[in-house]
Design a protein around this ligand. Structure first.
Ligand SMILES: [Zn+2]
Length: 303
């Protein structure tokens, strides 16, 4: 079963899924600007309508505890739009961590994640369906980030729950995997995020060799890398036999990315990227795995 903000669903009912998005988020306390604040459910519903019109049925909303998460608003959006939304428990990059996290133990954090998965989030009764997005900084892992990752891995092991990560600018992927596997997490429950920002196919393959999953989750963010280049990398990984371990998404976290503000919104993957893949000869089963079957398998657990 898969835990959504509206209760459990059968994994086979999940449908086309974006694996790493944000609908309600507030990163302004660190970034100091309003662009990283998405709080308006009406505005979001307009954006979600466009995504749904392209056939999307589910979104993994990876806004962690310290990123302005609001699961009540997520449930409102889910109900109004008729979209499955999977909410998260976790902590993001160190600058966002609450002060108390310095003193807490790995076991304390594990207990919090488990509570939000099995009992609910902040008294709402709405349960998290994934641990995410747990993060590491660019080219380093800070002390509290390591604690969060270890706790996430332990909770994942005990509850068979998926973990979604943030690799800052795509870095530290191997270190994240080693750390979480050393805590006993099952590799197929791990989704490494933002690795597609690194234009290095050997790096991608090295991580996939460990049995984990890679999210190509910054589709449409072409100031970092062209989508054509992302497609090149994706085909290289498909040719190498990794079709069961790839997922797609856009990671929209700013107003300026939204269609309402002149951006691509949540539509880059289904609006044009899959056409690019089809032109280059991707098969329907391969596409269905990345969009439907891989997210469903990874999120599915006895709950
Ligand atoms: Zn994100």
């Amino acid at each position: 079963m898969i835990q959504t903000v509206n209760g459990k669903i059968d994994a086979k009912d999940l449908g086309i899924t974006m694996c790493h998005e944000h609908f309600i988020i507030d990163l302004s306390k660190v970034r100091g600007e309003d662009d990283s604040t998405l709080q308006d459910t009406k505005l979001m519903l307009k954006e979600v309508e466009k995504l749904k019109a392209l056939g999307c049925q589910a979104v993994v909303e990876v806004t962690a505890n310290d990123m302005g998460r609001d699961v009540i608003k997520l449930r409102e959006i889910s109900k109004a739009a008729g979209l499955h939304i999977i909410a998260s428990t976790g902590f993001y990059l160190a600058p966002y961590h609450p002060k108390w996290l310095q003193e807490s133990t790995i076991e304390d954090l594990k207990a919090l994640f488990k509570k939000e998965i099995t009992e609910g989030i902040e008294g709402t009764g709405i349960k998290a369906g994934i641990i995410g997005e747990v993060a590491t900084s660019k080219n380093k892992i800070l002390q509290t980030e390591e604690k969060v990752l270890r706790a996430a891995a332990r909770a994942s092991k005990e509850l068979d729950c998926a973990v979604s990560t943030h690799c800052d600018m795509g870095t530290m992927g191997n270190e994240q995997v080693e750390l979480m596997l050393s805590e006993g997490a099952h590799p197929d429950k791990l989704i490494l995020g933002h690795i597609d920002l690194v234009s290095d196919i050997l790096y991608h393959k090295g991580i996939l060799e460990k049995g984990v999953n890679l999210a190509f989750d910054t589709i449409g963010k072409t100031k970092y890398l062209t989508d054509e280049k992302r497609a090149d990398h994706l085909f290289a990984l498909l040719d190498a036999g990794y079709e069961d371990h790839l997922l797609l998404s856009q990671d929209v976290s700013r107003k300026s990315y939204l269609c309402s503000y002149g951006g691509k919104g949540y539509t880059a993957v289904l609006g044009y990227f899959i056409d690019l893949l089809k032109e280059r000869g991707i098969s329907k089963p391969q596409l269905d795995k990345m969009l439907i079957h891989n997210p469903a398998r990874i999120l599915d657990r006895a709950c």
